[in-house]
Design a protein around this ligand. Structure first.
Ligand code: 2AM
Length: 189
C-alpha cells in the first residue's frame, strides 16, 4: 500500500538523560565487549514502550492529542539485569521488576494509539534497552550495582534506516503526571 507523503516510522519510548546513559555504559561495558556485534551508540539508547510503524501526518496529530491526555505518575526503573534475546541476537539491560506504573503507562499508550486509528503490534511488552545488535549470546547476569532511572516523561521517536544503521530522533515529549487526587505510585522519585 503506498504511504501518504510525510508518513514516518514512529515509536513511543523512554529516553535516558546523559547521567543514566553514562551509568548504563559503565554497568554494561563488560557485557557489551563480550557480545561483540554492533553496540548501540549511546545517543540511541532507549526503552521502547510501543512500536507504531508507519504513521501518516494526520494520524500523528490525532495521536498527539490523545497522548496529551495520558495520566501516569512518575516512577523509578531499576535496571539490574543484563541478558540477550538469542533469536533476534540482541544484548540488553532491563529491570527485573518493572513497576506496575510502567505497564499501566504502556496500556494507556496502546489505547491512545488505537483511538488514533493505529493498530500497534500485540506482542507482549518486554521492557529492555538494546545494548548490542548482531550480538553473541551473553550470559545472564544480575548487577550488584543497578542503574536507577527516575522516569518523568515519555517520547515520540522517529526511526530512520540509513546505510550506517538506524537513526532515532526524539520528536516530542509528554510529562508523566498523575491525575489530581490519584493515589501516589508506591515507588515515587
Ligand atoms: P529492539 O531494540 O528490541 O530491536 C525502534 O525500532 C525500536 O522499536 C527498537 O528499540 C525496537 O526494539 C523496537 N521495535 C519493537 N517492535 C518493532 C518492530 N516490529 N520493528 C522494528 N522495531 C521494533
Amino acid at each position: 500500500m503506498p504511504s501518504s507523503p510525510g508518513t514516518e516510522r514512529l515509536f513511543l519510548a523512554l529516553w535516558p538523560d546523559g547521567a543514566v546513559r553514562e551509568a548504563v555504559r559503565r554497568a554494561a561495558a563488560e557485557a557489551v565487549r563480550a557480545a561483540r556485534g554492533r553496540p548501540v551508540p549511546p545517543d540511541n539508547l532507549h526503552l521502547t514502550l510501543l512500536f507504531l510503524g508507519a504513521v501518516p501526518p494526520a494520524v500523528r496529530e490525532a495521536l498527539a492529542a490523545r497522548l496529551a491526555a495520558v495520566r501516569c505518575a512518575p516512577f523509578e526503573l531499576v535496571l539490574d539485569r543484563i541478558g540477550g534475546f538469542p533469536r533476534s541476537r540482541v544484548a540488553w539491560i532491563a529491570p527485573s521488576r518493572p513497576p506496575a506504573a510502567l505497564h499501566r503507562l504502556v496500556g494507556q499508550l496502546r489505547a491512545a494509539a488505537e483511538e488514533a486509528g493505529l493498530a500497534p503490534e500485540r506482542r507482549p511488552f518486554s521492557p529492555h534497552l538494546t545494548l548490542v545488535r548482531k550480538a553473541r549470546p551473553v550470559p545472564a547476569q544480575v548487577l550488584a550495582r543497578p542503574v536507577r532511572w527516575g522516569v518523568r516523561r515519555f517520547w515520540l521517536v522517529r526511526s530512520q534506516t540509513l546505510p550506517d544503521g538506524a537513526r532515532y530522533t526524539p520528536l516530542r515529549a509528554w510529562p508523566l503526571a498523575a491525575e489530581a487526587g490519584a493515589a501516589p505510585d508506591p515507588t515515587p522519585v
